[in-house]
Unconditional design. Structure first.
Length: 120
């Protein structure tokens, strides 16, 4: 599986791709110059790095993702729970709720997810 950890600047770059995909690489360099202040070479360097890691692809000058934003962050979350909490979602939730109180709305949303998972 690809390394799903992104540095802050890589995350901003990934969001630009997801917001504009499919995007021609030349257009991507213009967007990154405007939004990130990057030179063309910087855009291509970071793009190549993320393509090698299997997150994006650049085929015939058209950049697109291999994972949707939701898929990517879902996988990233799974990796975090695996690495930090030994794969235990209950341990993660226990740690999370010790520091932050869930709202009634959040509790209802989580309960709906649990109910849906039971039905599957």
């Amino acid at each position: 599986m690809a390394d799903m950890k992104l540095a802050a600047v890589e995350s901003r770059f990934a969001d630009i791709i997801w917001d504009n995909e499919p995007v021609r690489s030349g257009e991507l360099t213009k967007i990154c110059e405007e939004k990130l202040g990057w030179k063309r070479t910087t855009t291509y360097t970071v793009l190549k790095k993320l393509c090698v890691r299997g997150i994006f692809k650049n085929e015939d000058g058209v950049v697109s993702s291999l994972y949707s934003r939701d898929e990517f962050y879902g996988i990233q979350g799974e990796q975090f729970v695996d690495e930090v909490y030994g794969g235990s979602l209950p341990a993660f939730i226990a740690a999370f709720t010790k520091r932050k109180t869930l709202t009634d709305k959040e509790i209802k949303e989580i309960q709906l997810m649990i109910d849906s998972a039971r039905e599957e």
